[in-house]
Design a protein around this ligand. Structure first.
Ligand SMILES: Cc1cc2nc3c(=O)[nH]c(=O)nc-3n(C[C@H](O)[C@H](O)[C@H](O)COP(=O)(O)OP(=O)(O)OC[C@H]3O[C@@H](n4cnc5c(N)ncnc54)[C@H](O)[C@@H]3O)c2cc1C
Ligand SMILES: *[C@@H]1O[C@H](CO)[C@@H](O)[C@H](O)[C@H]1NC(C)=O
Ligand SMILES: *[C@@H]1O[C@H](CO)[C@@H](O)[C@H](O)[C@H]1NC(C)=O
Ligand SMILES: *[C@@H]1O[C@H](CO)[C@@H](O)[C@H](O)[C@H]1NC(C)=O
Ligand SMILES: CC(=O)N[C@H]1CO[C@H](CO)[C@@H](O)[C@@H]1O
Length: 842
C-alpha cells in the first residue's frame, strides 16, 4: 500500500497538534451554545420544538406507524397527520434536534458527534486506502430530521432525465413531468430572482436560500468557470449544465432540516405522537404476510405497537434494508446465514447500493490579493474569533453562516458525455478552503484520513490560503451491497460500496479531475497564482504528478463519499428480479408495508439526494391518501377522543429528565469525541469569587460592553427539551446500548464509574460532563446544587442585580480575559468553579 520513500517526523508532529486541537473545539462549542442561549432564542425555538411522547402514554394501535424521522419520515408524519381521522406514531432511534446543528459552519463537526450513527465501510484494497483501516466513514443522522439534520444543506434536485429514466424502467408516475409538482410543494424559494420562476415556488415547508456568508475566492472561481466556457445557471431549473452559487436548505440563514420544516408545526397536532430514543427492532408480519406492527425499545423497555393501516419504513438507505432483513424479508440464503426465519424471499434487499464518490485532496493554493489582512478564503482563526461570535449573536451574519464545503458548485460533462444532452456526469464541489485550513480538527476527523496522509499532504501548508474543487461521479456504474453482520438489531450492517468496480467510473473521474485543473488554469485564478498543492498522497509518490496513474491512485486513496447511499430497496416493476417495492412503494409480497426513503431510488439521481428524497415522501403521502380514500369514512375504534387528548396535552410538557439548561452536559454529550483527551489547563490556586472590577479587566472592553449585558435574563431556561443522547441506554443494563460506533469506543455517562481524584484532570472531565454531580460532590459553599447551568457572570456591571443573584446562588461563572495567543487569536474563557479558576482555550 503506502510507499515510504522518506522517513518523516511529520505524522508525530501532526497528531500531537491535533490532540491539542481537540479542546479548543469543545471550548468553542460550549461558548457558542451559551451565546445562543443568551442572544438567539429564535434558534432555541423552545416553544415549537418537538416534544418526546411519554412511553407509557403511547396507544396500543395507530393507523400508521412510521419508522425513522429522517428526511422522508418527517415529511410522512407531517403529511399523513393532516388527516385528523388518522393517528400517527413516528418512532426515531435518535434524539431531538440539537441547537448547535442549526449553525451552518458547524456542518463538519456534526460528523462523529452523538447525532451521527458513525457507520464505516468494510476495508477494501481498491478504495478508501488513505483512511484509517482502509474504511471510509459513512455518517448518517441519528436525530429528528435524520441526515437532513447533519447534512451540508445543499439543495439540488437532480436532472430531469433521472426521473424520466425511472419511468422508462417501468415505474409509472415517476417521470419528471409527474414529480415536478412535489418539488414545488416542498419548496419555499427565498432567493428573489427565482421566486417567480415556473421551476420554483414559495410557501412550502423547506426554504431555500443562498448561504449568508461567502468568501471572495468563490466568486473568482465562478468567473473562471465562465472563462472556461460555462454559464452561471439555475441548476435546479431548465438546464443543469453550468455553475452556480449553492442553493441551500436554510431558513434565515440557518439549517432547515425536515424536522424544522415539517415536524415542528405538525408535532402540536393531537393525532401525531413522536417518540425519540426509540429503536425499532423488528417489523411484525402475520401468517398472511401482512405487516401489523412493530417492536421497539426505549429506556431499556420493549413494547409492541400495532398498526391498523400501514407500517411505513423510512429508516434510510442503510437501515431500511437492515430492518427488512431483521424482519425476515430479504435473500433467503443470507437470512439463513445469520439465523433469521425467512418470511419473504426478496433478493434485492440490500443490493443495488449506489453512492456519489469523489476524489479528495484536490486542493489548490493561491496568494491572497488583499494586503490589509482581510481573508480571501476560509480562515479558522477569524471564524473562531469574538468578532464573528458577535456578528452571529447580534448582527445575525458573519462567517458562522457559511458552509465551507461547497459555497458554489458546477455540473460539467467529461469527455465521455455528450454535452448536447444536458446530462452532466461530473459535479464539482467548490470550497473556499481545504483540509489544511482547520489543522485537521474537523475535515480530517470526519473523513477518517490517517495521520500519515494528513501530515504529508497538509502539514507544511497549514493555514495557507487555499481552495478545493472536488470532482464527483454523478451516475457511477458500480454497485455495492449491504449485509447483516448478525441477527442483532444493534449491530451495524456490513457495508460494501464497491467504488470503481466498473472501470468506466475511473475514466470519468480522471477526466473530471482534469476539467478541475483546466478551471484553475483560467486567467481569473491564474492572476491569484492558483496552483495545486505540491504535496502528494504518500501512497502515490511513485507516480508523476500530472499522470493519469497519479489521478487514479489519488482517487483510490483519497476516496470521499458525498454521503448519498441510495438504491438498497429499489423500486421496480414486478418482473424485475431485484425490485423490492412497486411504483407505489409497497413492498413486494408483504401487505401493509411500504418503504419510503432514499433506498427506493432505482438509480441514483444526478445531484445531492435530500431534496429528491423529500420529493419522494411528498409523492408517497399523496399516494397513501389516495389509496385509503376509499375507506375515508372509516372510523377507527381506537381513534382519539377528547378525553385522551386532554391528557396528552398535559403530559407533553412533562419531562422525566432534568429540565434545566445545562450547556456542559448538552455539548459534551453531543461531541463526546471532543470531550475525550480533555487537557484543560487549570489554575488551582484559590481565587476570590468576587467579580473583577472593570478597571482590572482588559484594556479593550468593546467586547465586554456588547456581550456582557444579556439581552434575555440568563436565569430563565429557555430550552428544556434536551435529553442527552444515550440517556435511556446508559441508565439501563447492558444489551440496550445503541450501535457502538467503530472502533467501538463507547462514551461513558455512567456516574458511578467515575473516579474521585480531587483537583485532578479526571475530575475536570467529570465536572464538565456532570456539573450537578460535581457540584454536590465538591461544593464547600452553600450552593443551590445547580452546578453551573450556563450562568453567565455579568461582571463589570455593578448596577445589575442579577450579579448578586448569580454570586449567591452559584459559585461558578465564566469570564473572559483578553490575551493574544500564538496564532494571533485574542480571547480566552475562564471558568470559575468553587474558587478554582479553569482556563478554557478557544
Ligand atoms: C454528512 C452528510 C452530508 C450530506 N449533505 C447533503 C447535502 O448537502 N445535500 C443533500 O441533498 N443531501 C445531503 N446528504 C444526503 C441526504 O441528507 C440524505 O440522502 C437524506 O437525508 C436521507 O434521507 P432518508 O429519509 O433516506 O434517511 P435519513 O434522513 O438518514 O433518516 C433515517 C432515520 O431513521 C432513523 N432510524 C434508522 N433506523 C431506525 C430504527 N431501527 N428505528 C427507529 N429509527 C431508525 C435514523 O436515526 C434517521 O433519523 C448528506 C448526508 C450526510 C450524511
Ligand atoms: C481590505 O481590502 C478589501 C479590498 O479593498 C476591502 O474589501 C476590505 O474591507 C479591506 N479590509 C479592511 C479591514 O479594511
Ligand atoms: C493562578 O492564579 C493565581 C491567582 O489568580 C495567580 O496569582 C497565579 O499567577 C496563577 N498561576 C498561573 C500559572 O497562571
Ligand atoms: C480595541 O478593539 C477594537 C476592535 O477590535 C480595535 O479597533 C482597537 O484598536 C482596540 N484597541 C486597543 C487599545 O487594543
Ligand atoms: C492522554 C490521553 O488520554 N490520550 C488518549 C487520547 O485519545 C486517544 C484515542 O482517541 C488515545 O489513544 C490516547 O491514549
Amino acid at each position: 500500500m503506502a510507499t515510504h520513500e522518506r522517513l518523516s517526523l511529520k505524522p508525530i508532529v501532526s497528531s500531537t497538534r491535533i490532540i491539542f486541537g481537540l479542546l479548543p473545539g469543545l471550548g468553542v462549542m460550549i461558548l457558542l451554545r451559551m451565546v445562543i442561549h443568551l442572544y438567539r432564542p429564535d434558534i432555541e425555538d423552545a416553544e415549537n420544538r418537538v416534544r418526546d411522547h411519554s412511553f407509557d402514554e403511547l396507544y396500543e394501535y395507530y393507523d400508521f406507524i412510521i419508522i425513522g424521522a429522517g428526511s422522508a419520515g418527517s415529511v410522512m408524519a407531517s403529511r399523513l397527520s393532516e388527516n385528523p381521522e388518522w393517528n400517527i406514531l413516528l418512532l426515531e432511534a435518535g434524539q431531538d434536534e440539537n441547537v448547535l446543528s442549526d449553525v451552518p459552519i458547524l456542518f463538519p463537526a456534526l460528523q462523529t458527534s452523538s447525532i451521527d450513527w458513525q457507520f464505516v465501510t468494510e476495508p477494501s484494497n481498491d478504495y478508501c486506502l488513505s483512511m484509517v483501516d482502509a474504511r471510509c466513514k459513512w455518517p448518517r443522522g441519528k436525530v429528528l430530521g435524520g441526515s437532513s439534520s447533519l447534512n451540508a444543506m445543499l439543495y439540488i434536485r437532480g436532472n430531469k432525465k433521472d426521473y424520466d429514466n425511472w419511468e422508462n424502467l417501468g415505474n409509472e408516475g415517476w417521470a419528471y413531468r409527474n414529480i415536478l409538482k412535489y418539488f414545488l410543494k416542498a419548496e419555499n424559494m427565498r432567493i428573489p430572482e427565482y421566486q417567480y420562476d415556473p421551476y420554483h415556488s414559495t410557501g412550502g415547508p423547506i426554504s431555500v436560500e443562498y448561504f449568508r456568508f461567502e468568501q471572495p475566492i468563490t466568486n473568482i472561481i465562478l468567473q473562471a468557470s465562465q472563462q472556461l466556457g460555462y454559464n452561471i445557471v439555475d441548476v435546479n431549473g431548465k438546464l443543469q449544465t453550468g455553475f452556480t452559487r449553492s442553493h441551500a436548505t436554510l431558513h434565515d440563514g440557518l439549517r432547515c432540516s425536515t424536522a424544522k420544516g415539517y415536524l415542528r408545526s405538525a408535532s402540536k397536532r393531537r393525532n401525531l405522537h413522536v417518540s425519540v430514543h426509540s429503536l425499532v427492532e423488528k417489523i411484525l408480519i402475520d401468517e398472511y404476510k401482512k405487516a401489523y406492527g412493530i417492536i421497539f425499545k426505549k429506556n431499556g423497555k420493549s413494547r409492541i405497537i400495532k398498526s391498523t393501516k400501514e407500517v411505513i419504513l423510512s429508516a434510510g438507505a442503510i437501515q431500511s434494508p437492515q430492518l427488512l432483513m431483521l424482519s425476515g424479508v430479504g435473500n433467503i440464503e443470507h437470512l439463513k446465514e445469520v439465523g433469521i426465519y425467512p418470511v419473504a424471499h426478496l433478493p434485492g434487499v440490500g443490493q443495488n447500493l449506489q453512492d456519489h464518490i469523489a476524489m479528495g485532496g484536490h486542493s489548490f493554493l493561491f496568494d491572497n490579493p488583499y494586503s490589509n489582512g482581510t481573508d480571501y478564503s476560509f480562515n479558522l482563526n477569524s471564524i473562531m474569533s469574538i468578532g464573528s461570535l458577535i456578528d452571529f449573536a447580534i448582527n445575525k451574519n458573519g462567517p458562522l453562516y457559511s458552509m465551507m464545503e461547497a459555497e458554489a458548485m458546477g455540473f460539467v460533462n467529461s469527455k465521455y458525455q455528450d454535452p448536447a444532452e444536458d446530462y452532466p456526469d461530473i459535479q464539482f464541489f467548490i470550497a473556499p478552503s481545504a483540509d489544511n485550513m482547520d489543522g485537521g480538527i474537523f475535515g480530517k476527523r470526519a473523513n477518517g484520513l490517517t495521520d500519515e496522509t494528513y501530515a504529508e499532504l497538509y502539514e507544511d501548508i497549514l493555514y495557507k490560503p487555499s481552495f478545493s474543487i472536488v470532482p464527483l461521479l454523478l451516475r457511477p456504474k458500480s454497485r455495492g451491497y449491504l449485509k447483516l453482520r448478525d441477527a442483532n438489531p444493534y449491530s451495524p450492517p456490513l457495508i460494501y460500496p464497491n467504488y470503481y468496480a466498473d472501470p468506466d467510473d475511473m475514466l470519468r473521474m480522471i477526466d473530471g479531475a482534469r476539467i478541475a485543473q483546466n478551471l484553475v488554469d483560467q486567467p481569473a485564478l491564474r492572476e491569484l497564482n492558483a496552483r495545486p498543492n505540491p504535496n502528494r498522497n504518500p501512497g502515490c509518490l511513485k507516480h508523476h504528478l500530472m499522470s493519469n496513474e497519479h489521478l487514479e491512485c489519488q482517487a483510490r486513496h483519497h476516496s470521499l463519499t458525498i454521503y448519498h447511499p441510495v438504491g438498497t430497496c429499489a423500486m421496480g416493476p414486478a418482473n424485475d428480479y431485484n425490485a423490492v417495492v412497486d411504483s407505489r412503494l409497497r413492498v413486494y409480497g408483504i401487505g401493509n408495508l411500504r418503504v419510503i426513503d432514499g433506498s427506493i431510488m432505482p438509480t441514483i439521481v444526478s445531484g445531492n439526494t435530500n431534496a429528491p428524497i423529500i420529493m419522494i415522501a411528498e409523492k408517497a403521502s399523496d399516494m397513501i391518501k389516495t389509496d385509503w380514500a376509499v375507506a375515508s369514512n372509516y372510523l377507527s375504534k381506537y381513534q382519539s377522543n377528547g378525553a385522551i387528548n386532554m391528557k396528552y396535552m398535559e403530559l407533553r410538557n412533562v419531562q422525566d429528565v432534568a429540565s434545566k439548561l445545562d450547556v456542559f452536559t448538552e455539548v459534551t454529550s453531543l461531541f463526546p469525541h471532543l470531550s475525550k483527551n480533555l487537557t484543560l489547563k487549570y489554575n488551582n490556586s484559590k481565587h476570590e469569587t468576587k467579580p473583577l472590577h472593570k478597571s482590572e479587566k482588559s484594556k479593550n472592553s468593546s467586547f465586554d460592553k456588547d456581550v456582557r449585558t444579556p439581552i434575555k435574563s440568563y436565569a430563565t431556561p429557555l430550552f428544556n427539551n434536551f435529553i442527552p443522547p444515550d440517556y435511556y441506554n446508559t441508565r439501563n443494563s447492558a444489551g440496550s446500548a445503541l450501535f457502538k460506533p467503530y472502533p467501538y469506543n463507547h462514551y461513558r455517562t455512567d456516574k458511578s464509574s467515575l473516579t474521585d481524584f480531587p483537583d485532578s484532570k479526571q475530575n475536570i472531565l467529570n465536572l464538565l460532563a456532570f456539573p450537578s454531580y460535581a457540584s454536590s460532590k465538591y461544593s464547600t459553599h452553600n450552593t443551590n446544587n445547580e452546578g453551573f447551568y450556563g450562568a453567565w457572570s455579568p461582571e463589570g456591571n455593578n448596577q445589575n442585580n442579577e450579579k448578586s443573584h448569580n454570586e449567591k446562588q452559584t459559585n461558578s461563572y465564566y469570564t473572559k480575559d483578553r490575551s493574544i495567543q500564538n496564532e494571533g487569536r485574542e480571547c480566552q474563557l475562564w471558568l470559575y468553579y468553587n474558587g478554582v479558576k479553569y482556563q478554557i482555550e478557544i
